[in-house]
Design a protein around this ligand. Structure first.
Ligand code: FES
Length: 322
């Protein structure tokens, strides 16, 4: 059987109300332990006592060793993970987490970085801004939120002066805020080798993708909260598990992940919708039908990786490194 990603036991060292619907949870090592280092933009999975596994981006800078800070928005209409954290998680609780990982990586050597955040999408970009600031790099942030009460890290961001521009909806009492991010203008005036980062709601991500369409993909980085693609589960195909030689049929209405779990395999997963990369698996042969929001166009075309929680197969058989 495949071993799941190892987890780390940590202690909740602080829970703070950061904005109206956002709690900031600080996690620290158990006595004598240390936490693995991380890079700006990484996320961790929290294994909650209610059995849920939820991914959250780290918001502290990677220079702050031995401490993970996650911002959690209470999603009333969500599946219950954020509600559990807001209502039940307390200082002193011990929980399991994954090691930090992620595909939303900061290009630290860029001439200039433009960070575009919407709502709770501020969390990974907060980590990036702290990192860029500590490196003495050139950067700017554009942060849109409903209003100042719903925005996190406001005091610290104001301390960065003109590097940070807030955007609150019309009617905000904050007169320094604008009401919309002009992506085309930002891109036009940025120096030649600028890298652009965006994390926010789907409308913002779509506008960002449209605005950056003509830029090299290596300079465009984004992270989503959810997979808006219709993830159909039609069609039957065979998956061969190369390490054991076992074969399993993935039926209509079922994902590869579900077929593996049904068979008793202990495979790692978290979001189950193709946005966290926890279930990323190497493809030995066959052509995946990619449905995830993580892999780049080039990675998808190379047919070397698959997110087994949502992607399917274009070929009758898919051989996976499991
Ligand atoms: S479990 Fe998150 S991408 Fe598959």
């Amino acid at each position: 059987m495949l071993a799941p990603h190892p987890t780390i036991r940590v202690r909740v060292t602080s829970v703070k109300q950061e904005a109206r619907d956002i709690k900031l949870v600080e996690l620290g090592p158990l006595d004598g332990d240390s936490l693995p280092p991380f890079s700006a933009g990484s996320h961790i999975d929290l294994h909650l006592a209610n059995g849920m596994i939820r991914s959250y981006s780290l918001s502290n800078g990677p220079d702050q060793a031995n401490r993970y800070l996650v911002g959690v928005k209470n999603e009333e209409a969500g599946r219950g993970g954020s509600r559990f954290i807001h209502e039940r998680l307390e200082v002193g609780d011990e929980i399991e987490i994954s090691a930090p990982r992620g595909h939303f990586k900061l290009e630290e050597d860029a001439e200039h970085s433009v960070l575009i955040a919407g709502g709770i999408g501020i969390t990974p970009l907060m980590s990036m801004s702290r990192r860029l600031e500590s490196l003495g790099k050139s950067w700017e942030m554009h942060y849109a939120a409903r209003d100042v009460e719903n925005a996190g890290f406001v005091a610290e961001l104001r301390g960065f002066g003109r590097k940070v521009q807030f955007y609150f909806r019309k009617g905000s009492r904050d007169i320094s805020a604008r009401d919309r991010v002009d992506l085309a203008a930002l891109i036009k005036r940025a120096p030649g080798n600028t890298h652009f980062y965006c994390c926010g709601p789907s409308e913002m991500i779509m506008a960002f993708q449209a605005a950056t369409e003509s830029l090299p993909t290596t300079r465009v980085h984004l992270e989503r909260f959810s997979n808006e693609q219709q993830v159909e589960k039609e069609g039957t195909f065979t998956v061969v598990l190369q390490r054991s030689g076992e074969t399993l049929e993935v039926c209509s209405g079922q994902t590869i992940l579900e077929a593996l779990l049904d068979r008793g395999f202990d495979v790692p997963y978290s979001c189950t919708e193709g946005i966290c990369s926890t279930c990323q698996t190497t493809v030995v042969s066959g052509i995946p039908d990619h449905r995830d929001m993580i892999l780049s166009k080039e990675q998808k075309e190379s047919n070397k990786l698959i997110m087994i929680c949502c992607s399917r197969s274009k070929t009758d058989t898919l051989v996976l490194d499991i």
